[in-house]
Write a protein that binds this ligand. Structure first.
Ligand SMILES: Cc1cc2nc3c(=O)[nH]c(=O)nc-3n(C[C@H](O)[C@H](O)[C@H](O)COP(=O)(O)OP(=O)(O)OC[C@H]3O[C@@H](n4cnc5c(N)ncnc54)[C@H](O)[C@@H]3O)c2cc1C
Length: 360
């Protein structure tokens, strides 16, 4: 070796802060002395007009993120990933509060969500780092010291989603629904990162990744996966959902989008039908899926998709969507799945957003 440009030796430190903000655990809401991992911000239910569930709380004003609040071994390649996810989690919440879209109590969810998942990562890392440091077991006899390579491989495979950055699952909270309707879309797990899948955009028959439609721009995504007959049924499914979102006073789109904003400035609705693009007429789509936007009021033709029936896989099979009923997948600005609902659960959708968003 001619040159060593950089080297370091360091001791692995598995450390984690109790809180990622400046609010002591015993000052967080009505849960009294609940520890940080028990701060549930549990949904209170109720209709769109229902009071938000936080009560009177001390608001967090100072936040820490990344290695400042958690360190562990580099073995799972998670330090930077987790650190960036911390700030992604905090970023959209800060933006929503500063824009007065959401109540400032939303900021409590930053520490409540991220501290818990970092603890899970550290638990995983402790085991994993130990396995790495152990010598491989020699021979087949059960008596010899060290780690069995087969066990090592099994542990690695079991936690592959963690090492790929897809292992985080947020618990039900005010911004993460209960998985009551998970069976409608088994591949979009409530609380986990939205799992992209291939689709075809119907206007130009272009194959693309559905996940790429969701930019990191602070908007909520509503992915409406159509039931089998929704392309021709005017009374139910996707079209009824569009009518509710456009016209009902309870509609989150109407309640939280300010006058003068683009119709999809807060909620970006996308629809995915089951038929091929040749069977779907773009001009027959509801206006909400063809909105006029921007300074010149031009139509957005990029909101309707279908499965890639030619080359596959079919997104409905891949992500376990109920073909009869379809599903509405609600995705947070940080691209975590917040809820899975039936397409006709209009009031449940309204009630979910009423828990933390501020009406106009
Ligand atoms: C050997 C090694 C391998 C790794 N491999 C991976 C990997 O494969 N994948 C992965 O995801 N992560 C990996 N990590 C972890 C990753 O590097 C860290 O988790 C990540 O850099 C943390 O980012 P951060 O912004 O929180 O902290 P840092 O990157 O430490 O940034 C903090 C910054 O604050 C500055 N600072 C400190 N005090 C002050 C002060 N008083 N005033 C002003 N500035 C200050 C510091 O100079 C530094 O620039 C590895 C780490 C190590 C050590």
């Amino acid at each position: 070796m001619k040159e060593v440009p950089w080297w370091s030796v360091y001791e692995i430190g598995q450390r984690i802060c109790d809180k990622y903000d400046d609010v002591p655990a015993n000052q967080v809401g009505s849960q009294g002395n609940a520890g940080p991992s028990q701060v549930s911000l549990t949904p209170a239910g109720g209709g769109p007009g229902a009071a938000r569930p936080w009560g009177h709380l001390q608001l967090p004003r100072v936040f820490i993120a990344g290695d400042a609040c958690h360190t562990h071994s580099p073995k799972a390649g998670q330090g930077m990933n987790f650190s960036m996810q911390d700030t992604f989690n905090l970023g959209w919440k800060l933006a929503a509060v500063l824009r007065k879209q959401c109540a400032p109590e939303l900021l409590h969810t930053y520490s409540a969500e991220r501290q818990v998942v970092a603890q899970e990562l550290i638990d995983f890392d402790r085991e994993w780092a130990k396995m790495f440091s152990d010598r491989p077991k020699q021979g087949t006899g059960g008596q010899s010291e060290g780690i069995d390579p087969k066990e090592f491989q099994t542990y690695f495979e079991r936690h592959l989603r963690f090492t790929a950055g897809m292992g985080t699952r947020y618990r039900p909270s005010v911004i993460c629904g209960e998985a009551t309707h998970q069976h409608l879309a088994t591949g979009f797990v409530v609380g986990e990162r939205f799992h992209s899948a291939p689709v075809v955009r119907i206007t130009d028959a272009r194959p693309l990744q559905l996940g790429h439609a969701g930019k990191a721009d602070g908007r909520w995504r509503l992915y409406a996966f159509a039931g089998a007959n929704d392309h021709v049924n005017d009374q139910a499914g996707v079209r009824a959902l569009c009518r509710f979102l456009e016209a009902s006073p309870d509609s989150p789109v109407r309640r939280y989008t300010r006058p003068g904003q683009d119709i999809d400035a807060v909620f970006d609705l996308r629809a995915i039908f089951q038929q091929g693009h040749r069977e779907l007429a773009i001009e027959s789509m509801p206006a909400l899926l063809l909105p006029r936007k921007g300074r010149y009021g031009l139509r957005d033709y990029e909101k309707v998709f279908c499965p890639d029936l030619k080359d596959g896989p079919d997104v409905f099979d891949l992500r376990g969507i109920d073909r009869g009923r379809g599903a509405l997948v609600v995705v947070r600005p940080d691209q975590y799945t917040a809820h899975v609902l039936p397409l006709d659960a209009h009031q449940d959708l309204a009630a979910f957003f009423a828990r933390f968003m501020l009406p106009n």
